[in-house]
Design a protein around this ligand. Structure first.
Ligand code: ADP
Length: 292
């Protein structure tokens, strides 16, 4: 812009001569009108600059959204294909061979686990789409929730991630701790956070869950000794479809919807979520605040 002002002042006479050639009736400018012209020029240039910046950042956002959606489609395809292939194989074996009862039962149980995985994936997609559209899903579901029992129930639903999950997760909550709110919302938040704590940690490593009512909030923290997060990822992981490059590099399955669901669910309740991690490889602690 400075260069343009210098150029304009320097070339003013030539520009005026050119203008009078085009229109001989033009009245030559005085110094005051030159200042006005410069001010108008500066304003127009600033608007052009601001517009370019807005367009550039919008373009950047679109590019990153398209990239994330592509990643999402490829992870969903993978997440669908793996359990479907294993169900197909199990049923092919069941249909074609005379198997001992124990093997039949084992194959059926494995298929059920795979079907649960598929149902969970489809539910995640449906729920995130509803939350993204701003639909309130929890307002009619208010009751007294025993926190310790609810957390232990969530742990049981995640045995498909690790059969020994109950021995890995330590729950530190008063047995009589009651929170009045939506059990569905509570389960949604805790199951996603706990699933991640298991998924992004080495096998057998401990996960600690602490819950207590502090002031007007039920605070639940979930601490793992896993992959950890870079400062850059800490600011991004709650966005829809976002997956850290470290998670993708290690081929840890996922769709980038879990933490988006956690954040929007808590927002609907009037609560919040935060995360802390000393760095990559140093574990993470997620803190969910539910309003009392
Ligand atoms: P998904 O796990 O399906 O990829 P999420 O939305 O649950 O999607 O998580 C988004 C990203 O946040 C993950 O891909 C992972 O990179 C990071 N993340 C989430 N939880 C943890 C955790 N406990 N430890 C390390 N990284 C995590």
């Amino acid at each position: 812009m400075t260069l343009w002002v210098i150029w304009f002042v320097d070339r003013r006479r030539e520009i005026e001569k050119l203008a009078t050639l085009i229109n001989p009736n033009l009245i030559p400018t005085n110094d005051a009108s030159v200042v006005v012209l410069i001010v108008v020029g500066v304003v127009l240039l600033s608007m052009l600059g601001a517009g370019s910046i807005v367009l550039f950042s919008w373009g950047q956002r679109q590019t990153s959204l398209i990239r994330q959606q592509r990643n999402f489609v490829s992870s969903v395809t993978h997440e669908l294909r793996t359990p479907l292939a294993s169900i197909h194989l199990a049923y092919e074996t069941l249909a074609s061979r005379d198997l001992p009862e124990a093997t039949r039962q084992k194959l059926l149980t494995m298929s059920l686990v795979d079907i649960d995985r598929l149902i969970r994936l489809v539910n995640q997609i449906l729920i995130s789409s509803r939350l993204d559209r701003g639909l309130n899903m929890f307002q009619d579901d208010i009751k007294d929730v025993n926190i310790s029992e609810a957390v232990n129930d969530v742990i049981k639903t995640l045995t498909y991630l690790d059969e020994k999950i109950a021995t890995r997760v330590r729950v530190n909550a008063d047995k009589g701790l009651i929170w009045r709110g939506s059990l569905n919302a509570f389960n949604m938040v805790i199951s996603n956070l706990l699933e991640n704590a298991i998924k992004y940690s080495p096998p057998k490593s401990d996960v600690e869950i602490e819950a207590a009512i502090t002031g007007a909030q039920l605070l639940v923290s979930i601490k793992d000794r896993g992959l950890g997060l870079t400062p850059r990822d800490k600011n991004r992981i709650f966005k829809m479809f976002y997956r850290s490059s470290e998670a993708a590099k290690r081929a840890i399955p996922g769709t980038g919807l879990g933490l988006f669901i956690v954040k929007t669910t808590l927002q609907q309740l009037g609560g919040s979520i935060s995360v802390d991690s000393p760095g990559l490889g140093e574990g993470s602690i997620f803190k969910a605040a539910f309003p009392v």
